[in-house]
Design a protein around this ligand. Structure first.
Ligand code: NI
Length: 180
């Protein structure tokens, strides 16, 4: 197992469309395990492959509440085959947009088809937090971030803060190198 580096916005790699997985082989299964470990360490409830620099349609999720037993799910090529007309707002965050949270409105219930870590086709129904997390992570596979669902005003504010944060970190790193 290995911890992977999570890409933080703004970054062009987070805006790309990920490619379909041909087959969930041993390398893909290992990537899923590494992604899950990275997600737990962060800590987060979901992670998509583009967030660790891999442009493949792979997500991992575990919306288990603190104290509850882990309920990890590994999905390749997830597809929403049905979603409810009923929508619900939910406050979302993202490991690629640290410390930023906004309410996003999405379908309440979904049916998802995907390939599991053994390359088997599975279909599940999800509601509540699981539904939110799956939809959020699937967005990453199309280069969409949760801030793309909110008003321009709010999105611009968040992206300005993240850009500023990134500049500060880059100059701190440069300073550390120069004085080393
Ligand atoms: Ni995210």
């Amino acid at each position: 197992m290995a911890l992977l580096e999570i890409i933080v916005a703004p970054d062009p790699r987070l805006k790309k469309k990920a490619e379909t997985v041909e087959r969930v082989d041993a390398a893909t299964a290992k990537l899923m395990t590494d992604m899950l470990e990275t997600m737990y360490e962060a800590p987060g409830v979901g992670l998509a492959a583009p967030q660790v620099g891999v442009l493949k349609r792979i997500i991992v999720v575990d919306p288990a509440r603190e104290g509850a037993p882990p309920a990890p799910m590994k999905m390749a090529n997830p597809e929403i085959i049905w979603s409810s007309d009923e929508t619900k707002p939910h406050e979302e965050g993202c490991l690629s947009l640290p410390d930023e949270y906004e309410e996003v409105i999405r379908p309440d219930k979904i049916k998802v088809r995907y390939l599991d870590e053994h390359n088997e086709i599975r279909t599940i129904e999800a509601d509540g937090l699981l539904s939110v997390v799956i939809q959020h992570e699937m967005d990453h596979l199309n280069g969409t971030l949760f801030v793309d669902h909110i008003s321009n005003l709010k999105r611009n504010m968040i992206m300005r803060r993240l850009t500023k944060q990134k500049k500060l970190q880059t100059s701190a790193k440069r300073h550390a190198l120069e004085t080393a």
